[in-house]
Design a protein around this ligand. Structure first.
Ligand code: GDP
Length: 460
């Protein structure tokens, strides 16, 4: 059977595993009639005629055998005020894989098709309830690791980024209209907008786009976390530091099923920014590892890291092993963590090469200086773009579209300066408009959609 966007689709929408309840979601024209065929209400309710957004108690029954499958609550939501803008039914049953799977199989045997990953959200987009950037934020919302990341995702879902992009598109459309008017009526000064004013407006739009592009790094860090490595020779206190960081602010860790990782990661919540510490296993096992293996792992962790927390033991002088490690990490972005300040020795002296690096003195054992360290990590990473602008982009796809739009605007300005025919300028402006349109999904292709929604989980 070739799947179509008009099929009735169904999926288990709760995570697989044991849970108090599990939810099967059905969406499409047949959703209510399918549910009605397998549902037996204790009060004899017919789902085909119930009011929208109502919940009904009863049992799921196999219509072939008459066998009871589970005791359930069924929610009926009629189009258009639903997640997908289609008729939606949600069956709340007991959590547990077997129950959920049996009910899903029944729903499918009655004519629904298993939903593809993200297909419910894709329908919400295709039916016009949300635009593409809003749909994409659903996945950020699901995967958010800190409250701040969740807040940004929710803002995108509510349309804050879309609003910004649409304002830019409106401005650009006005510019386009003026340029095209010049083409049609070259002698007249239309609406009083001179060619200089048009250029000024293009420059203003460029600046806005630039600000969004500049915010990407920050937005990405809020969403995905900043990869950091804790590095230092044995016994400097790496493990103790990791524990001190994790103690209060361990962030929620999401393991994505199906991905194998040979490196264990932990997330620490640094003022809303997830700090992803790579190779925590290596840090904890350091004592047992043979030296060569230890060095290999350290180098691997350093290579992967965007930030290195270089730990030095201030209770003793720097030795050649410290120096070797310093040499290996000096090319990276570093924060020097001078540990064991409670037993600091007079003989400890910070190496010259580290003097211009940000540093903090701590006692991992006593938990002192940890807040200062967090402050330092935050301030060296987050430049405040989100605070200033109130909106940051978090997706590479959006960044690329903005960069392409910027290039097209540069070309437009260039053609203006070189006094090329205005048709050429207009063409570049239209191109920029089309790139901006890709972000919100006014301009899109099936390939782009498949790529975006395949990242989702089934049932969303
Ligand atoms: P790692 O090998 O770098 O992971 O170091 P550990 O975290 O295992 O610490 C090595 C030893 O130093 C342990 O005995 C810790 O209790 C001790 N230690 C760690 N941090 C401090 C500190 O801030 N002050 C003091 N006095 N001891 C510390």
């Amino acid at each position: 059977m070739i799947s179509s966007e008009f099929d009735t689709i169904a999926a288990i929408s709760t995570p697989l595993g044991e849970g108090g309840i599990g939810i099967i979601r059905i969406s499409g024209k047949e959703a209510i009639s399918i549910a009605n065929r397998i549902f037996q209400s204790s009060k004899g309710v017919n789902l085909l005629v119930v009011k929208t957004h109502t919940i009904h108690y009863g049992f799921i029954i196999d219509p072939e055998t008459g066998q009871k499958i589970d005791e359930v609550l069924v929610t009926v939501m009629r189009a258009p005020n639903t997640y997908t803008r289609e008729d939606v039914v949600e069956i709340n049953c007991h959590g547990g894989y077997v129950t959920l799977k049996r009910i899903l199989d029944l729903v499918i045997s009655q004519g629904a098709r298993l939903a593809e990953p993200g297909e419910f959200t894709k329908r919400a987009f295709l039916r016009g309830r949300i635009d593409l950037s809003q749909a994409e934020s659903v996945i950020d919302l699901i995967r958010a690791k800190t409250e701040q990341a969740q807040k940004i995702a929710l803002e995108h879902l509510s349309g804050r980024l879309s609003k910004k992009i649409n304002e830019l598109r409106d401005s650009l459309m006005r510019v386009c209209a003026h340029v095209e008017a010049y083409i049609d009526f070259p002698e007249e000064d239309i609406d009083g907008l001179t060619q200089e004013e048009i250029q000024t407006e293009i420059n203003r739009i460029k600046e806005e786009i630039n600000k969004l592009i500049e915010g990407y790094e920050e937005g990405k860090i809020y969403m995905e976390g900043l990869r950091a490595a804790i590095v230092g020779k044995p016994n400097v206190g790496k493990s103790s530091l990791l524990n001190a960081l994790l103690m209060k602010d361990r962030a929620i860790v999401t393991e994505i099923p199906g991905t194998t990782r040979d490196i264990i990661e932990e997330y620490v919540n640094i003022k809303g920014m997830p700090l992803k510490i790579v190779d925590t296993a290596g840090i904890r096992e350091a004592h047992d590892l043979v030296e060569a293996e230890g060095i290999k792992r350290t180098l691997r962790a350093v290579e992967l890291a965007q930030l290195v927390l270089l730990v030095l033991d201030s209770s003793r002088p720097i030795d050649s092993l410290d120096e070797e490690i310093i040499n290996r990490v000096i090319h990276k972005k570093i924060i020097v963590v001078i540990n064991k300040k409670d037993i600091r020795s007079k003989e400890f002296c910070l190496p010259e090469v580290l003097k211009d690096k940000p540093r903090v003195e701590i006692s991992a054992l006593k938990g002192e200086g940890i807040e200062e360290l967090k402050e330092l990590i935050f301030n060296t990473t987050i430049s405040g773009k989100y605070e200033q602008e109130g909106v940051v982009i978090t997706k590479m796809r959006h960044k690329i579209a903005l960069e392409n739009a910027l290039q097209a605007l540069n070309n437009a300005l260039q053609s203006f300066k070189e006094k090329e025919p205005l048709e050429i300028t207009a063409m570049f402006l239209r191109e920029a408009l089309s790139f901006l349109g890709q972000i919100v999904g006014v301009v899109t292709t099936e390939d782009i959609l498949n790529l975006i929604f395949s990242e989702f989980c089934i049932g969303k």
